[in-house]
Design a protein around this ligand. Structure first.
Ligand SMILES: Nc1ncnc2c1ncn2[C@@H]1O[C@H](COP(=O)(O)OP(=O)(O)OP(=O)(O)O)[C@@H](O)[C@H]1O
Ligand SMILES: [Mg+2]
Length: 506
């Protein structure tokens, strides 16, 4: 059990773990070891089994076969659960949001673990402890409003504070950084260093491989539920890691940018929404990809939501193909040929109660009417099948509930549903968040295909490289206003970052 060379006992050891869900073998004979003081990257494509393995460690999943040792002690799987894993010092920040949206940050951090004084909850003590945690994390989040009013990244930081509450010895970050911006990610690296110095072991799940090289000591690669390889990060490079993950090398990640542009399809003039953005002017041509860059809170999501009729505006106008349009509700935007891939797919992009087929065909139902009244279910299923095959979705049945799909595969469906309809204007808000490197590549190609078909695309992304690689032009937002617009030779990381931070680039 202990490492033969060093004599150190692993914090976690998993041997021959198999985990079967009805109809799916999510893990097949996987081995995994986490040592004290190390940050261990767990990587693999969407659906590879990373979250499932994490949940076997936290006791949320009960492995079908295999052995688990925590700090050298064998665990009795049949009775192992979340409470026991917590008491053994294991904590997790989940990939999906697990906070109660109507409760405040403080309430969420302590839910189920309120300290009492003379039979009453000692709110003062809880506030103090919560503030200490936030100070430790060096972030300034309002802990006294219901978390539904907070931004995605702020909620993620509350999830992190909650995980660290009991001074765990083993912490699992399941795509913690997927919703964070560069500055916050650097902060997470700082926190990881502090945790490592205390001898805490971290399991780090991310699709952003640059992060693996920035903060991880070792790695384990999974593919389709099987163990592929593990070792020290210093012994590999990005190319080798990509090859282990997708089984092939990846050259030219970004397809060529379409230079053959048509007329202006979408125009936004002086658009203003108080507290979100002001006096926004943008244009998008047929065949063009226009990027929106900006820090958290710059107003990008609010802007695309407003164009789609989902965020109230007080002045300004939107023009589609030169004609002013009055979009008050999303269905009107859809009618005008728009499709939105929102940044929070679980609540806004998909209906979690529906299956893959229904989610894919929902906005296009009318296209499948026979004689005006009969629904052509066969046609729908065929179209859903074709588009999802094209997107390389990993699934076993179109009638499978989307809730149980891996995060990246859910995202593919949100994009597929707009591709199926004859959408002309695509509003993509962080479409590759949480998506594996192979699937990202496919989505880049899809965006390229859209432009070749003269569609117009607005792309919001926190990844500078992605914006530079895909966009003809990039608008840079800062605190609700457009500060700069870059194209051609000015389309560089340096110029964009200066504008992002509000520093005049000229
Ligand atoms: N509760 C469940 N019921 C049935 N199948 C499930 C369940 N949870 C996960 N699966 C399946 O198990 C496989 C592994 O999923 P998992 O969520 O572990 O992947 P992942 O590596 O975390 O992917 P991602 O990078 O997209 O988050 C997938 O095929 C998924 O559909
Ligand atoms: Mg996952």
């Amino acid at each position: 059990m202990e490492d033969k060379k060093t004599g150190v006992t692993p914090l976690i050891e998993i041997r021959n773990c198999t985990m079967e869900f009805p109809g799916v073998k999510a893990l097949d004979n996987v081995n995994f070891t986490l040592m004290p003081g190390e940050c261990h990257a767990l990587v693999g494509e969407n659906g590879a089994g990373k979250s499932t393995l994490s949940k076997c460690i936290t006791g949320e999943n009960r492995m079908t076969k295999g052995e688990l040792f925590v700090k050298g002690e064998p665990i009795k799987i049949s009775s192992y659960g979340v409470r026991e894993s917590q008491s053994r010092g294991i904590a997790i920040v989940h990939q999906e949001f697990t906070l109660m949206s109507d409760m405040t940050g403080v309430e969420n951090i302590f839910v189920g673990r309120y300290e009492k004084k003379h039979g009453f909850i000692d709110w003062k003590a809880l506030d103090k402890r919560a503030q200490e945690l936030m100070d430790f994390l060096q972030c300034d989040v309002n802990l006294h409003v219901p978390v539904k009013h907070l931004r995605t990244a702020e909620r993620q930081l509350i999830q992190l504070a909650k995980a660290l509450l009991d001074d765990p010895q083993i912490v699992i970050f399941d795509e913690l950084t997927a919703v964070l911006q560069e500055k916050d990610i650097q902060n997470i690296f700082r926190i990881i260093d502090i945790l490592k110095a205390k001898g805490i072991g971290i399991i780090y799940i991310s699709h952003r491989l640059d992060e693996v090289f920035s903060c991880c000591d070792s790695y384990t690669v999974l593919c389709d539920g099987r163990y592929i390889n593990s070792g020290k990060v210093e012994d590999i490079d990005n190319g080798k890691l990509v090859k282990m993950i997708i089984g092939r090398e990846l050259a030219n990640v970004y397809p060529p940018i379409n230079e053959n542009l048509g007329d202006v399809i979408l125009e936004v003039k002086h658009l203003t929404a108080p507290k979100a953005f002001r006096d926004i002017n943008i244009q998008v041509r047929a065949g063009e990809v226009v990027g929106l860059a900006g820090l958290l809170g710059a107003g990008k999501t609010e802007l695309v939501q407003a164009i789609f009729g989902n965020h109230k505006i007080v002045s300004g106008e939107v023009l589609v193909k030169g004609k002013p349009v009055n979009i008050k509700k999303p269905y009107q935007a859809i009618h005008l040929g728009m499709g939105l891939v929102p940044d929070e797919r679980r609540t806004l992009g998909l209906n979690m109660k529906f299956d893959i087929k229904d989610n894919t065909t929902l906005p296009s139902m009318k296209l499948f009417r026979k004689l005006g009244i009969f629904q052509d279910h066969e046609g729908e299923a065929k179209a859903a099948y074709d588009i999802n095959e094209k997107m390389n979705l990993s699934y076993y049945s179109l009638w499978q509930n989307v809730k149980k799909l891996s995060g990246g595969n859910q995202q593919k469906i949100v994009i597929a549903k707009w591709m199926l309809r004859d959408t002309e204007i695509f509003l993509l808000d962080e479409p590759t968040r949480g998506i594996d490197i192979g699937a990202k590549f496919e989505i880049y190609n899809l965006i390229h295909e859209l432009t070749a078909q003269n569609k117009a695309v607005i792309l919001v992304s926190p990844e500078m490289e992605e914006l530079i690689g895909l966009c003809n032009r990039i608008y840079i937002m800062y605190e609700g206003a457009i500060m700069d617009e870059v194209e051609g030779e000015r389309k560089t990381q340096e110029v964009i970052i200066n504008s992002l931070l509000g520093v005049n680039a000229e």
